[in-house]
Design a protein around this ligand. Structure first.
Ligand code: PAF
Length: 288
């Protein structure tokens, strides 16, 4: 497996593969790879002849007070995992390779980005849409793989691909969890032992909400109140949001009468964690 740093090197390799008639899958990541990323690579390997993994901590999607500098980075660890999961190429650019000095073009989106994480992280989705567009243009994959843990991101990218006629199939993959239920995340490394235990409150609240929906509850206030009460039993937890939205538009709903996403962001100490369930996934293994 090759690790390259420049756009030109990726282009050259992908051009060669395409000239041989090979299909290409892209797994965009910010590195510090875990089993969640591994499941995306496995899915790409299953669907495509070649898999490119991008590892780039994208400064543009972090707000000024967020964790850009402390975000965990370990290329050696990442290349081992990528190799084990059949990746053929890692694209690991420096920020200057992605954003030259007079960089001034952005991909932005209204509506879908104005709820949930978009409210607490105002610059986030502009950064995500811009970097993902660049990665799509650089790699020109047939398919790209994203985790359902970042449910709003997945919806935003699907919408962007549709709006801008990008000829790429977007595949959403189920949340991968630790044995005790905590959703895998590179940010879990920020948690100390006490916080790690407290963080279970997210998956427990998601499981509670999911159970209520499964048992026929459709009133969003009832579901959300039960989940919030559960989260508030944990002294280290501070709710950013717990909401139910239309799964396609990301707009809040009051009744679960269509495919919906129940999403939360909760601070455990200083660490902001997210979790969710899609009502469509309840009962088929993709839920909380
Ligand atoms: O989900 C992530 O890791 C990032 O938001 C992504 C899609 C790689 C863009 O930087």
């Amino acid at each position: 497996m090759n690790i390259v740093k420049t756009v030109a090197e990726v282009r050259e390799q992908v051009k060669k593969w395409k000239s041989e008639g090979l299909s290409v899958g892209l797994v965009p990541t910010m590195g510090y790879l875990h089993d969640g990323h591994a499941s995306l690579m496995d899915a790409s390997k299953r669907d495509n002849d070649r898999t490119v993994v991008s590892i780039f901590v994208n400064p543009m999607q972090f707000g000024p007070t967020e964790d850009l500098d402390s975000y965990p980075r370990d290329l050696e660890h990442d290349s081992k995992i990528a190799e084990e999961h059949g990746a053929d190429l890692i694209f690991n650019p420096e920020p200057e390779e992605m954003y030259h000095d007079n960089f001034s073009s952005f991909v932005d989106m209204t509506v879908l980005t104005e709820e949930l994480c978009g409210l607490s992280r105002p610059v986030h989705f502009r950064g995500v849409c811009t970097v993902v567009t660049k990665l799509f243009n650089i790699v020109q994959p047939d398919r790209a793989y994203f985790g359902k843990k970042d449910a709003q991101q997945l919806a935003v990218i699907r919408h962007m691909v549709d709006d801008l006629n990008m000829d790429i199939e977007i595949i959403g993959c189920p949340i991968v969890r630790e044995a005790d239920g905590l959703a895998k995340s590179s940010r879990n490394t920020y948690l100390n032992a006490e916080e790690r235990k407290a963080a279970l409150i997210l998956s427990q609240a998601a499981a509670l909400g999911s159970k209520l929906v499964q048992n026929g509850e459709t009133d969003c206030t009832v579901i959300l109140n039960a989940m919030k009460e559960k989260i508030q039993t944990e002294p280290l937890a501070r709710i950013d949001y717990v909401k139910i939205v239309d799964a396609a538009t990301m707009q809040q709903i009051t009744v679960v009468d269509r495919p919906a996403l129940c999403a939360m962001a909760v601070y455990i100490g200083k660490t902001r964690l997210i979790d969710n369930f899609f009502t469509e996934d309840i009962g088929n293994g993709g839920a909380a």
